[in-house]
Ligand binder design. Structure first.
Ligand code: ARG
Length: 469
């Protein structure tokens, strides 16, 4: 028995006998999330239409109608007058349908010499290029806050740790600027990746190119791409750029998460290095005394999501035969969520540092005076007087042991006691082991010595003001 012909709900419906099972239609559709690409889809299609007219594939009046119709869709979408539904399958079909409703026959010519495969690749790259620019701007804001804090706290001291054991005292500015340098790499890395995102697949067609005399260079130029994919199969099926981005995003989250972990520790009663301001902390539903560091905890937690997306994209790609496969539709939610998560974490952390946290400077400065984090400096003192470092180190180890047994600090030893330990000790040993001097003395390039940190602040300020490449 002949089947009733299906409603022509999709551009491809004429080929089919029956319409899609509603659950399968929902399963197949990406409109629920790829609507995020609509502005890029419109821009990409406008460039494609102009290229079709330039090469004489469609007429100039047809191209004008298409470009204006797409602009109308942009306005309608922004004003909420165009709301695609699940019947549209994806954003590309939604736009094409709407365009044809708006301008009639000419709208049906837009998809000449193009496939959704090169179209979606174009959209994704335009989207990611813009997101990268925004994220780099956010990194700059975060870094500016770090530098300002570093300037304020050049002379604030903080215990430095290795193995989470007190190691040597630091300038707090030096500690903060470590995050400047980490995020500087993030900023640069995104700039490098941007070049590989910014390559046009448009004109690759479904997989093999097209029979029409298109001008790929022209559409690429209109869209601000720096280059073209040289192989159409690679053009439609490459997602390296998304994976690279997620790798870079993961590293940003590694850095933000490490800072978050430190803030969480610092805010604890045990450390007591910072106080969280009410604007950036929350209370408990049962314990009235509590003030919780939710912001850094969420950043630390969200890092896992981004790492998960990186893994998801890698696994999605590894078994795909050339060229396009529908698996690739799965790139979008990962990419969108990765982008949104990085942006949200950068914003929240920047606010936290700028106005949500107060360093307890008095407590920080006294913390470093109450420990043995100046022990290396005693050894260095003797080594500078020609005592072999290892010998000096062993001697100081014994002194620390004795002080611990007697409940004393190194600064509590009398000059006689010092000199009994080694005749080369003189009265200036007390200066040498005072925390400020311990920090100041580390004047090697990149060290925590105040002079070095002042220079590091200068370098940071310079790179903030000359930032563009
Ligand atoms: N929604 C699809 C995606 O996101 C668009 C490309 C569809 N291409 C195709 N050959 N079915 O990947």
């Amino acid at each position: 028995m002949p089947q009733a012909s299906p409603p022509p709900s999709q551009p491809w419906s004429q080929r089919f006998e029956t319409s899609l099972h509603p659950a399968i239609a929902r399963f197949n559709a990406s409109i629920g999330f790829d609507i995020a690409l609509i502005e890029y889809d419109l821009t990409g299609s406008q460039a494609h239409a102009k290229m079709l007219a330039k090469t004489g594939i469609i007429s100039a009046p047809e191209a004008d109608l298409i470009v204006q119709g797409l602009e109308q869709i942009r306005q309608d979408f922004r004003q909420g007058a165009f709301v695609p539904g699940v019947d549209d399958e994806d954003v590309h079909f939604a736009v094409e349908r709407r365009l044809t409703e708006l301008i009639g026959e000419a709208g049906k010519k837009l998809h000449t010499a193009r496939s959704r495969n090169d179209q979606v690749g174009t959209d994704l790259r335009l989207y990611l290029r813009e997101q990268i620019d925004q994220i780099r701007g956010q990194i700059r804001q975060f870094q500016a806050v770090l530098v300002t804090l570093a300037e304020t706290h050049l002379e604030t001291l903080i215990p430095g740790y290795t193995h989470l054991q007190r190691a040597q005292p630091l300038s707090l500015a030096h500690h903060l600027l470590a995050y400047f340098d980490m995020t500087q790499r993030d900023w640069e890395r995104l700039g490098e990746i941007r070049h590989r995102v910014n390559v046009s697949p448009l004109g690759s067609g479904a997989l093999a190119g097209t029979t029409f005399p298109i001008d790929r260079h022209y559409s690429a130029e209109l869209l601000g791409f720096e280059g073209l994919y040289g192989n159409s199969l690679d053009g439609v099926s490459d997602r390296d750029f998304a994976i690279e981005f997620m790798g870079a995003a993961s590293l940003i989250l590694v850095h933000l998460s490490r800072l978050s972990e430190e803030v969480i520790l610092w805010a604890s009663e045990e450390f007591g290095f910072v106080t969280l301001k009410d604007s950036c902390a929350t209370g408990s539903s049962i314990m009235p005394q509590k003030k919780n560091p939710d912001v850094p905890e969420l950043v630390r937690g969200k890092a896992g999501r981004v790492f998960g997306h990186l893994q998801g994209l890698l696994v999605m790609m590894k078994g795909l035969p050339l060229a396009y496969n529908k698996d690739l539709q799965e790139d979008k939610e990962a990419l969108f969520d990765g982008v949104n998560t990085v942006k949200a974490c950068l914003e929240a952390t920047t606010i936290l540092l700028a106005e949500g946290i107060e360093f307890r400077t008095a407590r920080l400065n006294s913390a470093v005076a109450e420990d043995f984090s100046n022990a290396t400096d005693v050894a260095d003192y003797l080594a500078a007087k020609d005592v072999p470092f290892r010998e000096a180190y062993n001697m100081v180890g014994k002194v620390v042991k004795r002080c611990l047994a007697q409940g004393k600090l190194l600064k509590d030893l009398s000059l006689e006691e010092w000199q009994a330990l080694h005749p080369k000790f003189e009265a200036d040993i007390y200066d040498a082991i005072a925390p400020t001097q311990v920090v100041a003395a580390r004047n090697s390039y990149g060290g925590t010595g105040f002079e070095q940190v002042r220079q590091a602040i200068g370098r940071a300020r310079e790179s903030l003001s000359s930032s563009d490449s």
